[in-house]
Design a protein around this ligand. Sequence first.
Ligand code: NAP
Length: 572
Amino acid sequence: MCVPIMVHDIHTALADAVAARDAGADLVEFRIDEFFSGDLDEAPGILRMIAESPLPCIVTCRHKSEGGQYDGEEDARVSLYERLGTASGKDEHPPRYLDFELDRYTSSENIKQKMNLAIDAIGRQRGSPREHAPSLILSNHDFASRPADLSRRVLKMRGEEAGSVMKFAYRARSLRDNLELFDLLAERDRPMIALAMGEFGLISRILAPKFGGFLTFASLRPTSTTAPGQPTVSELLDLYRFRSINAETKVYGIVGWPVGHSLSPLVHNAAFEALGINAVYVPLPVPDRAEGVQGQEKEEGQVDTGRMPVPRDGVESAGYASFKATMLALIDHPRFDLCGASVTIPHKENLVRLASEQGWEMDDLSKSCSAANTLVIDRDAAGAATGIRVLNTDGPAAIACLREGIGEVAGKRIGILGAGGVARAIAMALGMAGASVTIYNRSTSRASELAQAVTNNTGAACKAAELADADMAHHEAWVNCTPVGMKGGPHPGASVLGDAAFRNSLPGTAVLDTVYNPIRTPLLERAGAAGWRTIDGVSMFARQAEAQFHAWMGRNSPGSLFERLVRERLAT
Ligand code: NAP
């Protein structure tokens, strides 16, 4: 793992290099493109930095044409590389690597010759005075997208034998752009760095050791990244267990949009660590752009009138085309080893739709509410997918939480606030468990549609009502499935139930708030003050994640690990 350091002054750069070593890095990259003005009198300072570096280093003076800051004379830049590469005086030595752009290297025979002198490809033999000459990293960057002529660039790179390490970095426009980089790594004829930039490229950085990447870059601090999407050293080491990733590592992840702030990587990676499982859990962002969803045929999920309709177009089908293309590409990739995923907003319905199309196995709850949050992929020893299932762990998790508050749910009167994705799963699961459910929602048509589906599908009594009527109703338990009260949501300081609800309540009423950030929502604060039993969203989050873990691993996650980690994280 290499920490890039943008050099502004030698003293600070060295302090950062020490911090990088202490944080666990193997290598630093001194990016001197802002520091070097074109004046070769600056070379002694740079050589002192190389000599005093606590870690082996790459020196890069990145040219403006490839995303760097250097726009001075090319002759001066090449002369500097030559000076650094051939340093041999007292207290000075060359860096371990010099990074130079392939396109500049091949732009003239003169530059090529001088760079070859800097690395002394011929003299760099054991025992020779130039044994410690630097190795050349030939690099190629595209900050816009995957280059259209990538294959040509790879061939051109392969033709340049002076390059000891090949580096390709381009902006990923989707998760699928990473797969091509993994294929390049598999076919490499010498050490290769292959990284995708941007939030879709994070997996290329985390999974570099799985595919034999020469290194990955990680920043010292969130504010000191040198390329978009670069993780920090501590994220790589502590969250993603970078040191334990190898060719055999199984991949799991959270599919949704956005997924950057999900707590799922925290809990699942911690469980892998605690149980010594060779797996990693990564963010798998799939955007909600609606693409190519028109003109499709009726799907399995739409035939049974007892089910919620499988979304087909418009807002509810958001991103189906990209979801489908991405999931199938990840599942089918011969080396990616995707063995399971959590699926969240906006793709829970898309998962059921895809499972119907592909004939994957589905649990009853996912079928009846047309939303699933868990994908399980069984693979044989050769890595081929042998069975794919989807299930919904939100409903059972909510029921487990409610049992803590009111005991068995069968026969109990339960009010659900909201009629969105989570409400659907919970209402349907409660109907299946024999509870008597009333759905209160802002848009009553949505509440009626859900109530009808629960009744049709489960045979349980399920009614719909206006959200405004909730305050005057009596239930043994309530479940908030709206984002009201959520940090960063539409009404962060508000409670979806008003004063009258607490005044009119039955003794021993319980409330589960699915919102988990903050842990004590305004609804739970008010309910607690009124003497209600309160169950927070962390309990539900932990239970749905534990059920996912069990579905993937066939064993339990450790004790209360998930709940403890989430509570600790949200408390900070
Ligand atoms: P969703 O599909 O977007 O549904 C949101 C529901 O809330 C809709 O019924 C919507 O009413 C209603 N709503 C939205 N804003 C409202 C407002 N200002 N006032 C009243 N009602 C409002 O979302 P979802 O996927 O069901 O998620 C809902 C909540 O569940 C999220 O806040 C999330 O934090 C929580 N959640 C928790 C867990 C857990 O494990 N603890 C898991 C998943 C989700 P309309 O139909 O009228 O638009």
